[in-house]
Design a protein around this ligand. Sequence first.
Ligand code: SME
Length: 157
Amino acid sequence: MSNKTKTGRYQRILRQIEELIGATGSPWSRMSTIVALLHHKMPDFFWTGFYYLDNGDLVVGPYQGPVACLKLKKDTGVCWAGINEKRSLIVPDVEKFPGHIACSSLSKSEIVVPVYNKTGKIVAVLDVDSKKLNAFDEIDQNELEKIVTLIFESSSK
Ligand code: SME
């Protein structure tokens, strides 16, 4: 997919999410809607979901794709790195990421984007895996960072 096609697709997804999420302020409903849209509209998204912090554990939230690990070993892997470093991470080749947790051996590359609540605290990460190596770039990062800000945005209805 060209950069232009990809950006256009993300823009349409963003608009669609904006339209839909006004119906409820529930972060769970919004996260579920976001993963459904992303997973079905982005061709290389093999696993798309959220892991959220639950009393110090990082556990799986709404997702689409193959069954995934329910809980991630503390301070290990890409999702925990995103939480601990408070930043998005693009992993072009998961086998080269020390401690990477393979929920599926088919996943080859990955992106993780932190989710902040209204008070600016990290509460979750959006995690996307691809069966392709090097599937994610700065466009994905920028657009996904925009999308996750909608989870805790004030509801208009
Ligand atoms: N690979 C992740 C674990 C979650 S699965 O990709 C769905 C990690 O290393 O944290």
